[in-house]
Ligand binder design. Structure first.
Ligand code: FES
Length: 312
């Protein structure tokens, strides 16, 4: 049973307020705290372990007295982003609240080792689970000689007309067919992010040098020019392959790429600003024709490692 937002919260001494939000652990997708708004408008975050009972959706019973409830910290709203900001997949299926009512801890920049260690440890703990669906591509990589070479065909993903501002991430979606041995071909929805980069951002991405891409034999298949204004990033987070979003946040009002899975943050050049990501966002081979049509080679690299190891 889950409480509804606005459900009454009671403790041994009587009613203390009503639920205004819930805080969710971004890894387990479980509620870690409920936020109880007192009559004076103060929000207190109460650990879920302090919830004794949820008799029905409209009411929760907290352990302990009013005094113990008041010992719970006041909600530090700046320490959280809303679920709307990070869009954790399928969370609404699990929690019966609106996206704006779910808070997720915000990864504070440069907060030092303890928090980073926390994320690393959590990442390792769930790594085995997450790695299971990834196992096949990894096996495929290890068995590479038995498979066909990388697919270096070009995919049209849209037109740069939709890009209105520089140094902002714009999502482009496309569909491609995938065929594994003995299986019928499947159509898969994919996406990339394109930034119209200022010269400073181009320099941050390419370091002033053209970027070359190679096929499985080591032959060059394409060169992204260091001064090309449009830069395409793979839609998969290099940490463990989740989809990420371009989001404006309190600390980054102009926006950053934010991955909901373990809250890696990347700037408009794909550089890692925070979180467990081991490398910057992966730049894709991309060309833009005179009419503004964007084409990419759908390169994929192994997730979770520092260097780029091409899988696809
Ligand atoms: S998949 Fe872990 S931060 Fe993106």
């Amino acid at each position: 049973m889950q409480p509804k937002i606005k459900a009454k919260a009671r403790c041994a001494d009587g009613e203390v307020g009503s639920i205004s939000k819930v805080i969710v652990d971004p890894l387990s997708l479980e509620i870690s705290h409920v936020v109880v708004r007192e009559g004076n408008g103060v929000d207190r975050q109460v650990p879920i372990a302090q919830v004794q009972e949820i008799p029905h959706e409209e009411e929760i019973i907290l352990r302990g007295s009013l005094e113990e409830f008041r010992a719970c910290p006041v909600l530090d709203r700046d320490a959280y982003v809303t679920h709307h900001d990070v869009e954790i997949a399928h969370l609404e299926d699990r929690l019966h609240v609106e996206p704006g009512e779910i808070l997720v801890p915000y990864p504070r920049l440069e907060q030092g080792m303890p928090r980073r260690s926390f994320f690393m440890n959590m990442t390792h703990a769930i790594g085995t689970l997450i790695a299971l669906p990834l196992a096949f591509p990894v096996l495929k990589y290890l068995m590479k000689p038995m498979y066909k070479p990388f697919d270096n065909s070009w995919f049209s993903v849209g037109n740069v007309r939709k890009i209105k501002k520089e140094n902002i991430g714009y999502q482009f979606k496309f569909t491609r067919g995938f065929k594994e041995a003995f299986m019928p071909e499947q159509q898969i929805e994919k996406n990339i992010w394109v930034v119209k980069a200022t010269p400073e951002v181009q320099k941050a991405v390419y370091g002033g040098k053209d970027k070359k891409f190679y096929d499985h034999k080591g032959d060059m298949v394409w060169v992204n020019k260091a001064k090309a204004p449009y830069i395409g990033f793979s839609g998969k987070c290099p940490h463990l392959g989740c989809g990420y979003k371009w989001r404006r946040t309190k600390n980054f009002p102009d926006g950053v790429f934010l991955c909901p899975c373990h809250l890696s943050i990347y700037d408009e050049a794909g550089k890692v600003l925070d979180g467990p990501a081991p490398r910057p966002l992966d730049v894709l081979p991309m060309q833009v024709n005179a009419a503004g049509e964007v084409q990419i080679i759908d390169v994929e690299y192994k997730a979770g490692v520092k260097g780029q190891i091409r899988l696809l």
